[in-house]
Design a protein around this ligand. Structure first.
Ligand SMILES: NC(=O)c1ccc[n+]([C@@H]2O[C@H](COP(=O)([O-])OP(=O)(O)OC[C@H]3O[C@@H](n4cnc5c(N)ncnc54)[C@H](OP(=O)(O)O)[C@@H]3O)[C@@H](O)[C@H]2O)c1
Length: 346
């Protein structure tokens, strides 16, 4: 009998109740493709943007379509013309959509090998959040040891990765987070700033060398104000705009304005980083950086936090938790996990 292929589908754009889990046909690997049995697929804040129709890269898609930004899987079928890969190999890819599934097909020439002894859920966290953080630090900002760096949303998925990788790069770090996450931020090697009580623009009178901002409070204005002369603001997200139910056009205007600010006196610069734009321009960097992160995970030089492994039956609730905030690690869909109802309590 053919295995089942449950998938997480966006039925219409909107809230978490717009998601449904349905059985899709088992896909077949075409020429140049492999089919994988999915071992883990991260649930991302970016999935919330896609579901709410606030994500430029997927704006042209019409529901129904399957969510799932990244995948770690085991090859169970090879299409024609695929060489250098074997059944049973573990591989990863960033797919933007389509990976919250039990099986899916992938283009063989886009795959990154995953060392067999890595935990699949931990490996899945590296695909979007940690590769973003790595590229923000080393490709976009090109940080140097000793630089003073502020990370907005430091307890979030990308924020935690920025702190951990920033510490390895020898940076002096500060991180904004809700007060309850101060110990976590400190554990990751940074000075915590409670974003509900403290004004981060006053923490370092001389200003920061670099600010990383995936939140976009006040259209990035205050992050820009917190820079020293000649400093760099790397924006990469606009969660605050999503929370305030702004339209996509408003957020795109915030991004365009970042590039105009460089003409203001003070020599400060702003830019927007997108993992998809960088991958399109430099495909080799994406694989190189993800492989490096898998290597760091293998030696436990980095320890991504998996808050919870999620079954298909818990995905809608997981999306509610993503939107509510307060998480201190990643939620990862693990298709092999029995549904919550069938799980034996520990
Ligand atoms: N450009 C790219 O290539 C790229 C790649 C990955 C992600 N992103 C985007 O980057 C953003 C962050 O992603 P993520 O996966 O790290 O999300 P996440 O895990 O939800 O983290 C966001 C963090 O920001 C915190 N936060 C919310 N409002 C804040 C404020 N006013 N000041 C400081 N912190 C605040 C949240 O804290 P609380 O728990 O206290 O609410 C949470 O810890 C998202 O918008 C995502 O779409 C962009």
């Amino acid at each position: 009998m053919e295995p089942r292929n449950p998938v997480v589908r966006v039925r219409r754009f909107g809230g978490p109740d717009a998601l449904e889990v349905v059985d899709a046909p088992l896909p077949t690997a075409g020429r140049g493709e492999v089919r994988v049995r999915v071992l883990a697929s991260g649930l991302e804040y970016t999935d919330v943007l896609i579901r709410r129709h606030l994500y430029p890269q997927t704006a042209a898609r019409r529901p129904p379509f399957v969510l799932g930004y990244g995948v770690v899987g085991e090859i169970d079928q090879l299409g024609d013309g695929v060489s250098g890969l074997q059944l049973g190999n573990r591989v990863a890819d960033m797919t933007v959509v389509g990976s919250n599934a039990a099986y899916r097909t992938l283009r063989a020439d886009r795959l990154t090998r995953v060392p067999a002894d890595l935990d699949a859920a931990e490996a899945a966290t590296l695909i979007l959040s940690w590769t973003t953080a790595y590229q923000l630090l080393h490709r976009a900002a090109r940080v140097r040891p000793g630089q003073r760096v502020l990370v907005q949303g430091a307890a979030g998925a990308v924020g935690q990765a920025l702190l951990a990788l920033g510490r390895l790069a020898g940076l002096e770090l500060w991180g904004t987070a809700r007060g309850e996450h101060a110990a976590l931020v400190r554990e990751l090697g940074a000075s915590p700033i409670d974003y509900r009580r403290e004004d981060f623009t006053r923490v370092l009178p001389g200003g920061f060398d670099v600010v990383f901002d995936g939140i976009g409070e006040e259209g990035y204005r205050r992050s820009f104000a917190a820079l020293k002369r000649g400093g760099l603001l790397c924006a990469y997200g606009y969660s605050a705009g999503v929370q305030a139910q702004r339209r996509m056009l408003t957020m795109l205007m915030w991004i365009a304005r970042l590039y105009l600010w460089r003409w203001l006196p003070g020599g400060k610069r702003g830019r927007f980083y997108s993992i998809n734009v960088m991958r399109a321009r430099h495909p080799a960097w994406f694989r190189e950086d993800l492989e490096r992160l898998f290597g760091l995970l293998a030696t436990r030089a980095i320890r991504p936090r998996v808050a919870e492994r999620i079954s298909f039956s818990e995905v809608a609730e997981a999306h509610r938790r993503l939107e509510a905030g307060g998480l201190d690690g990643k939620l990862v869909l693990c298709p092999d996990l029995p549904s919550q109802r069938d799980r034996v309590p520990p």
